[in-house]
Design a protein around this ligand. Structure first.
Ligand SMILES: [Fe+2]
Length: 159
């Protein structure tokens, strides 16, 4: 879901709480089910990414509390409010399909961060702005890493 300028920073941050909460579980699915010649690499990389994701989740939720918001804190709320979508692991994915799925989610998260960076700039919240820029730097790097694994260039950000 695109973030519009009518959204406040609190609403934006809470949507990201839902996103990173969901992404954390999605990455575990791939960490557990990945199979193939790159098992050792991808099993570890997915773990590194969910470890980074839980730190981002915590930072965003705690920033939201600092500015008077109430972060979602249940799996049901994460599912209801996340832009990312999940599905049960009923059809096996190849290693490359898993990596592409991770890139697709990272691009959604990165592009929403970009909207949040503009929003917090407009609202004059320089601390949240700084946090979102730092987070975007991390996601840009992950998009580059995973795209390189597939022999692709990183997806450019929207606008
Ligand atoms: Fe593990």
């Amino acid at each position: 879901m695109a973030i519009t300028q009518a959204k406040t920073t609190k609403t934006f941050l809470n949507q990201q709480v839902a996103n990173y909460g969901l992404f954390y579980t999605k990455l575990h699915q791939f960490h557990w089910y990945v199979k193939g010649h790159n098992f050792f690499t991808l099993h570890v990389k997915f773990e590194e990414l969910y470890d980074q994701t839980t730190l981002i989740l915590d930072d965003i939720a705690e920033r939201l509390l600092q500015i008077g918001g109430e972060p979602y804190a249940t799996l049901q709320e994460f599912l209801e409010h996340a832009s990312l979508k999940e599905k049960p692991y009923t059809n096996p994915l190849t290693e490359n399909e898993m990596v592409q799925a991770v890139i697709d989610d990272l691009v959604i998260l990165r592009d929403e961060l970009n909207e949040g960076i503009k929003l917090t700039d407009q609202e004059g919240d320089s601390v949240t702005n700084d946090m979102l820029i730092a987070t975007k730097n991390k996601l840009d790097k992950e998009i580059w890493f995973y795209s390189s694994f597939l022999g692709k260039d990183p997806v450019p950000q929207k606008n």
